[in-house]
Design a protein around this ligand. Structure first.
Ligand code: ARG
Length: 573
């Protein structure tokens, strides 16, 4: 579509014959009307009114008169100072469908990323604590961005910045010593540890004595005490085991699990560099970096000399700059950390070069609430993500078996549908929107859901199977796609055509919802088409072949689109 914009811009440019206005300026103002009644593209002539000293309507009419014919454009209309352009659908139909058939599952892929290094840091749960719905949203967002950037040809590194260091481990160690015998650590280590933490934390808050022991514990841990390091490694191991169970279900990939602990021995250098650069300032005994008047300073060392979360993030920035030489380093967290990252990124100015510093990006996402009950409280009333996943799969299975009692692999399909429904639900909302979540809504087969999109794919497959369509055997050049003239056909093809630019937009806006919503649009356009246009019962062999290709092309876009979101698609359901 970008290329069509260019064509239209040059048509307008040639018609205008005015050296004060550049093609680029014209192109940047070209819009795509929401309502297709107003054309595929529109150019508002209001921008020109001042320069040309004429009314927008007059200008629009003049341009229309002078515009030369172009094979890509079927019609130009003037409406209220807008020039509306209608694309020649015959051309699009051919280009798009042939392109999809030729590229197959590669459709949508590009090389524009040119192997440039991008880091996506995501998931990053805090060990010895449950993986809650926030981390789940984080993980599916990160997964999607990871895949989208890969699809665009970037060299992507996925990092799980585990929360595996900090004073809380001093507290947990004390709790573990006191209470471990009361728990089933064998079978439910994560639940046990998080419960232990909640209990001991309460005590430590009221009892200074306990807090001192905890401090002492962490200090020893920092210094590499053997027994405590062993305990810490055990906490980390059992946590990761549990998280990996979830990652496997979600198909998450990480190239590195270097979390906060990894930077324990890399923070001194940060302090030294900041100091050498004159950025480290004394503030009531603490060492801080000023980050502007509109934010509190970034604390690097507390008054007792200990490092904090931000110090580890600064060390990570230095390490990642050196190790990955990134163009972009994207951090995904909840909105609570917006200020933290603003401070840290600003402080990083004194640590790394401007180029890398500009590449630091924080992507935040809103809250998740359950329609009934609470998601998580500090008191430990938590919905475990594993439970939610199990529940979704169980419900999906009931629905599927009800709909299709003879389905083979019902368990596999239930997995794909249940898990896919959850992922889709989290990704279809804009990332900054809070989500009020209801499992039954999420699993509906009608409406804006994962199962609806998956089901549309399954429909395309069953149509193609019925007519015995085989993509490998078709002679694409023998089909006259101009036969696809119905409104519903053209609309569907126009949707399919957008795929590449949707992938680009979803990645560049850090907004997988762009792709999720697009897939709903494709599914809806497909339903409209299939309601109006028969595929199997056609006398006209050419029309039949053309429609089969359209159905096939739809199946490719949906399956590929879902997979970029991290969602598997059943072939039957
Ligand atoms: N572990 C943190 C949490 O669960 C998120 C870490 C975000 N990443 C970072 N580099 N600080 O809240």
């Amino acid at each position: 579509m970008e290329e069509k914009k260019k064509i239209i811009a040059s048509m307008i440019y040639n018609a205008l014959q005015n050296s004060d206005i550049t093609i680029e300026e014209i192109e940047s103002k070209i819009e795509t009307p929401k309502d297709k009644k107003n054309g595929d593209f529109a150019y508002p002539c209001f921008n020109l009114a001042k320069v040309l000293r004429n009314s927008p309507i007059n200008i629009a009419n003049q341009i229309k008169e002078n515009i030369e014919e172009n094979e890509n454009i079927s019609k130009v209309e003037v409406v209220n100072g807008f020039l509306n352009f209608y694309l020649n659908s015959e051309n699009i139909v051919n280009d798009v469908l042939k392109g999809i058939v030729e590229k197959g599952t590669e459709y949508g892929k590009s090389t524009e990323g040119n192997g440039i290094n991008i880091i996506v840091e995501y998931s990053s749960p805090n060990i010895a604590k449950p993986f809650h719905l926030g981390h789940f949203r984080n993980t599916v967002l990160g997964n999607a961005l990871y895949s989208l950037y890969k699809e665009l040809g970037y060299n992507v590194t996925g990092i799980n910045h585990l929360g595996d260091w900090g004073r809380q481990f001093g507290i947990l160690i004390e709790g573990y010593r006191r209470f471990k015998d009361e728990y089933d650590l064998e079978n439910n280590p994560l639940e046990a540890l998080s419960d232990i933490y909640v209990r001991i934390n309460k005590i430590a808050k009221e009892d200074e004595e306990v807090m001192n022991i905890a401090r002492e514990n962490f200090k020893k841990l920092e210094e590499g005490d053997e027994e405590l390091t062993k305990l810490w490694a055990y906490f980390r191991e059992v946590s990761l085991k549990e998280y990996n169970r979830i990652y496997k279900i979600l198909g998450s990939q990480f190239d590195s699990y270097n979390g906060e602990a990894f930077y324990n021995d890399k923070m001194q250098e940060v302090v030294d560099i900041l100091d050498k650069n004159g950025a480290l300032i004394d503030s009531q005994g603490a060492k801080v970096v000023n980050v502007g008047d509109d934010m509190p300073p970034c604390i690097v060392l507390k008054s007792n000399g200990s490092t904090i979360y931000a110090t580890r993030d600064l060390a990570a920035i230095l390490y990642r700059t050196r190790t990955y030489d990134f163009t972009k380093c994207i951090y995904i967290t909840a909105t609570e950390q917006i200020l933290h990252f603003k401070q840290v990124f600003e402080a990083a100015k004194h640590l790394i070069d401007a180029e890398h510093q500009k590449g630091l990006v924080h992507v935040s996402y809103g809250m998740i609430r359950l329609k009934t009950g609470k998601m998580s409280t500090r008191e430990g009333n938590v919905i475990y993500v594993t439970e939610l996943l199990d529940e979704a799969v169980k419900k999906a299975k009931d629905i599927i078996v009800n709909k299709n009692p003879n389905l083979e692999n019902a368990d596999t399909v239930a997995n794909q549908v249940g898990v896919g429904a959850l992922i889709f639900n989290y990704l279809k909302s804009g990332k900054n929107k809070d989500i009020i979540f209801d499992l039954d809504d999420t699993l509906r087969f009608d409406g804006e859901t994962g199962p609806y999109v998956q089901y549309t794919y399954v429909r395309t497959k069953s149509i193609l199977e019925k007519v015995g369509f085989n993509a490998e055997n078709i002679d694409i050049n023998s089909i006259d796609f101009n036969a696809l003239k119905e409104k519903q056909e053209v609309e569907l093809i126009k949707e399919l055509e957008k795929f590449e630019s949707i992938i680009r937009k979803a990645a560049n806006d850090y907004e997988p919802s762009v792709l999720a919503r697009y897939l709903i649009d494709v599914a809806t356009a497909f339903s409209r088409f299939y309601n109006e246009c028969s595929v199997a019962n056609l006398e006209d062999e050419n029309l039949k072949a053309a429609r089969c290709v359209l159905v096939y092309a739809t199946s490719i876009v949906i399956k590929k689109g879902l997979s970029l979101l991290g969602i598997d698609c059943p072939e039957k359901m």
